[in-house]
Design a protein around this ligand. Structure first.
Ligand SMILES: Cc1cc2nc3c(=O)[nH]c(=O)nc-3n(C[C@H](O)[C@H](O)[C@H](O)COP(=O)(O)OP(=O)(O)OC[C@H]3O[C@@H](n4cnc5c(N)ncnc54)[C@H](O)[C@@H]3O)c2cc1C
Length: 461
């Protein structure tokens, strides 16, 4: 057992765990324990053969001055090796290809080519206007233990948008884009799904606007993979220990003892758990997760970084009719040797689809969904045919084995999870949560905002 008694011990090195550990380390003796030999959880990278793959997250989104992700990296003056992704994403739907360009007017011209609507300009300007206003408020505080302060801050940041928060997304769409075509609605639904984890019939109009807004900001591709960003953050976390699978935490009078699978014991006055909050809040449990396919492909063509391919029908053993395809940069020979692309493809599934299967049923189901996804990819990228040098996939069970969580993507931002139903990070005076299942939401922008909120609670109550 180490003799040191840490002020804070963060368990888990997802973006939430790393963000809060680096922030607290400025004033407190902080320890970070991670089960795996690499940092990042579902935003990390791993190597197989000569190729590095992004585990889940691939878009370094909304890294723009004045927005939470940028502010966090600026706070530590981190040196990042990035390349702009513009278009942020290219959507392929039947015979239509829509590039989500960052520049608003350029994008409106683009959307008009595929889904002309007389009110397109008004609607997409509204997306940008509301996203700008929301992010620029930036003064978020959420702690159910301090109702008055929480209410005051939420009132300041939420009340100006109350019309949009209370308006169901589908009604809002009808208001702004009357008689929207089924196909256009489908395009919008699939765009929302990758950010909010829910479609327009489950969410409010504010969530819809914010979800559509991300592509209108600076989005980047990290050279060498998302894991490289964690290499930089880790320079600000001196007490970082990898391969530490925490198996028990015991509370004593004024401190905790933390025990790992290998029998290491640490002592800490406070604990921060970077894991889903469902054990504390089972009522919020969501069965939602992801199925991810990883490929190495030989090619000398140049591609955009991100595509969404929308299929006519739901993919079997998934809950989605679209796949999100991220292709490494042509010039990035840190991620894969020249001429080889590292590709990560994800779609939504449910944890329960992968439970209670025999070993052979599980393997067959995994191969079936992988094959269906690869077929969909090849239908749009025929030059990949015969050039795939490696392909394998991860189910919710795989994520459970590696990063100890089967549910992925946070809590869907549906109506029932609005505001006071969202858990706040403080459990008691010495126990906290950070990550994509606590305030405010998922993805790096949400998780980093959550870490900032937690830092504020710890420092000022
Ligand atoms: C397929 C997919 C694609 C995505 N794409 C994007 C994207 O492009 N851009 C974006 O911004 N967001 C994206 N997201 C969302 C984003 O990845 C997550 O919201 C975010 O990474 C979650 O971070 P977290 O802090 O909650 O921690 P997690 O990533 O959940 O990490 C938790 C960490 O805790 C560790 N841990 C757990 N239990 C223990 C234990 N007992 N002892 C020690 N360590 C433990 C795990 O090993 C892990 O490293 C994507 C998510 C998925 C699933």
């Amino acid at each position: 057992m180490e003799k040191i008694i840490y002020d804070f011990t963060v368990i888990g090195s997802g973006i939430g765990g790393c963000a809060i550990a680096s922030k607290l380390n400025k004033n407190y003796n902080t320890l970070l324990l991670e089960k795996e030999p690499y940092l990042g959880g579902c935003s990390g990278s791993f190597k197989r053969g000569k190729t590095t793959y992004n585990i889940g997250a691939t878009t370094f989104a909304t890294y723009q001055e004045g927005l939470p992700v940028y502010d966090f990296f600026k706070e530590f003056d981190l040196k990042l090796n990035l390349k702009k992704s513009d278009p942020a994403i290219t959507v392929i739907m039947g015979d239509k290809t829509i590039h989500r360009y960052q520049e608003l007017d350029k994008f409106i011209d683009e959307i008009n080519k595929s889904f002309y609507h007389p009110k397109n300009k008004e609607f997409w300007y509204k997306v940008k206007e509301i996203s700008n206003l929301f992010y620029k408020r930036g003064d978020f505080y959420y702690n159910k233990d301090n109702f008055t302060k929480t209410f005051y801050h939420l009132a300041k940041s939420i009340i100006p948008f109350s019309f949009y928060f209370l308006l169901p997304a589908k009604k809002g769409l009808q208001l702004f884009l009357p008689n929207i075509s089924k196909e256009y609605q489908e395009f919008i639904d699939n765009q929302i799904l990758i950010v909010a984890q829910a479609k327009s019939d489950e969410i409010n109009f504010m969530t819809l606007l914010l979800s559509l807004g991300y592509a209108l900001y600076d989005n980047y591709y990290p050279i060498g993979g998302m894991g490289k960003i964690f290499d930089e953050i880790s320079k600000h976390i001196p007490n970082l220990k990898l391969k530490q699978d925490v198996t028990s935490i015991t509370k004593h009078k004024d401190m905790f003892t933390i025990t790992t699978k290998k029998g290491n014991i640490y002592q800490s006055k406070n604990i921060i758990l970077n894991k889903p909050i469902f054990k504390q809040k089972p009522e919020l449990y969501t069965d939602q997760s992801a199925f991810v396919v990883y490929l190495s492909v030989k090619s000398d063509e140049i591609y955009h970084h991100h595509y969404q391919i929308i299929n006519d029908t739901i993919l079997k053993h998934s809950i989605s009719n679209s796949i999100f395809v991220s292709i490494s940069d042509y010039d990035d020979d840190l991620i894969a040797p020249k001429g080889i692309y590292s590709i990560t493809i994800s779609t939504h599934t449910k944890v329960s689809y992968w439970e209670n299967l025999s070993a052979s049923q599980y393997e067959i189901q995994k191969q079936m969904l992988q094959a269906e996804i690869v077929k969909l990819l090849l239908s749009q990228f025929p030059s990949f045919y015969g050039n795939i040098t490696d392909v394998f996939s991860a189910t919710p069970k795989t994520f459970g084995r590696y990063i100890k969580r089967k549910t992925l993507g946070g809590i869907p931002l549906s109506f029932k999870n609005l505001l006071f139903n969202i858990p706040s990070p403080k459990i008691d005076d010495n126990t906290y949560y950070v990550g994509d299942t606590v305030f405010p939401a998922q993805g790096w922008p949400g998780v980093i905002m959550g870490a900032k909120n937690l830092e504020r609670i710890i420092n000022n109550g």
